[in-house]
Design a protein around this ligand. Structure first.
Ligand code: NAD
Ligand code: UDP
Length: 346
């Protein structure tokens, strides 16, 4: 049974996944509070979310490493649950400035946990944004939650360290309710086209890169390798619509606070679709959705890339009662709508 209306704080809530989750939570009847330092997002997100939902959102400017401000925010708004999106996420950059990554992601999480413990009402429900990157090079497919973990870069290691910290905490104090969500490859945008993924500079990820080629902002896509052991030789990933992902967070909050059977302790779930698409399949689907051509050329493999990665979704389906519903066409169409809106303001 779903919990009553909760006050939910979203650290990093003005970013790509957080903003979509804010809409879904608000529309499910929860009160959403966004806490963000805007290092990778737009402070105007509150207005955009209001335009989408018709409801005002409270947006607090702050860094997750500011424990005192977090504690004050938790208390003043009687926060029941926190979804912790805030963090740095670029794999390549994490190898160049690893200390920034450990400070933002690991130290930021410790600061959040300290603030939650210090708040007078001690909220103990937490949903954490982890990543399929913690599985490293897959030993078998589909990847289930008991697959061994082995991060191959500093970003992934921050996620693994945080998962270990949360496991230790849940063992030390059984009253915590923690969901650790390992996302596969989030893509797409809200159907309004008003929010989506808009990376600064050259996109690292496939989908925003393809969208920027289709709109004419970038000349061509570099396809990183066509000699993998996959059906067409290009890399295969489990792309999940960001609205499905957002609904996965709603399901996780409901699961932790279920009115009949609350789930204490630490619970880890994959959030993916269970099916993989190759780079070339993504390019073709995007061309069909946008009506634009996406010129590409075959480039060498990208260092550290794996051939294939897709999720076993059985656990999330069984425990959370959640599964991804939107298809590749919807992922591409919504991403294209957002890309056009971003370029033209239309
Ligand atoms: P995003 O960069 O769009 O959002 C992150 C938000 O956190 C941004 O608004 C940023 O300004 C904020 N932030 C960063 N450091 C902060 C700090 N110290 N204090 C306060 N705010 C801070 O990224 P996203 O794609 O929405 O990702 C959200 C979370 O999901 C991240 O933790 C990321 O590692 C994780 N994740 C993302 C993906 C993906 O492909 N997008 C995949 C797996 C996991
Ligand atoms: N990819 C590509 N060109 C790009 C970006 C990505 O060919 O400009 C490929 C990449 O090699 C991988 C897939 O697209 O096979 C998804 O890459 P992304 O960086 O989006 O996700 P990740 O590799 O982190 O799962």
């Amino acid at each position: 049974m779903s919990p009553a209306s909760l006050n939910i704080l979203l650290t990093g809530g003005s970013g790509y996944i957080g903003s979509h989750t804010a809409v879904v939570l608000q529309q499910a009847g929860h009160r959403v509070f966004i806490y963000d330092n805007f290092c990778n997002s737009d402070p105007a997100v509150g207005h955009t979310l209001q335009a989408i939902t018709g409801h005002p959102f409270t947006v607090i400017e702050g860094d997750v490493r500011d424990t005192a401000l977090l504690q004050q925010t938790l208390g003043e708004n009687a926060i029941d649950a926190v979804i912790h999106f805030a963090g740095l996420k670029a794999v390549g950059e994490s190898a160049i400035i690893p200390i920034d990554y450990y400070a933002n992601n690991v130290q930021g999480t410790i600061s959040l946990l300290q603030a939650m413990q210090a708040a007078s009402h001690q909220p103990k429900t937490l949903v954490f944004s982890s990543s399929a990157t913690v599985y490293g090079d897959p030993q078998y497919l589909p990847i289930d939650e008991s697959h061994p973990t082995a991060a191959t870069n500093p970003y992934g290691r921050t996620k693994l360290h945080i998962e270990e910290i949360l496991t230790d905490l849940s063992k030390a104090d059984a009253s915590w309710r923690i969901a650790c969500l390992r996302y596969f490859n989030p893509v797409g945008a809200h159907p309004s086209g008003l929010i989506g993924e808009n990376p600064n500079g050259l996109p690292n990820n496939l989908m925003p890169f393809v969208a920027q080629v289709a709109v004419g902002k970038l000349k061509e896509l570099n396809v990183f390798g066509n000699d993998y052991e996959t059906p067409d030789g290009t890399g295969v990933r489990d792309y999940i619509h960001v609205m499905d992902l957002a609904e996965g967070h709603l399901a996780a909050v409901s699961y932790l606070n279920d009115a009949v059977q609350a789930h204490q302790g630490m619970h880890t779930f994959n959030l993916g679709t269970g099916r993989g698409y190759s780079v070339m399949e993504m390019v073709q689907a995007f061309e069909a959705a946008s009506g634009k051509s996406v010129p590409f050329h075959i480039a060498p493999r990208r260092a550290g890339d794996i051939a294939s990665c897709y999720a076993s979704t059985a656990l999330a389906t069984r425990e959370l009662g959640w599964s991804a519903k939107r298809d590749l066409k919807d992922m591409c169409e919504s991403s294209w709508r957002f890309q056009q809106h971003t370029n033209t303001g239309a």
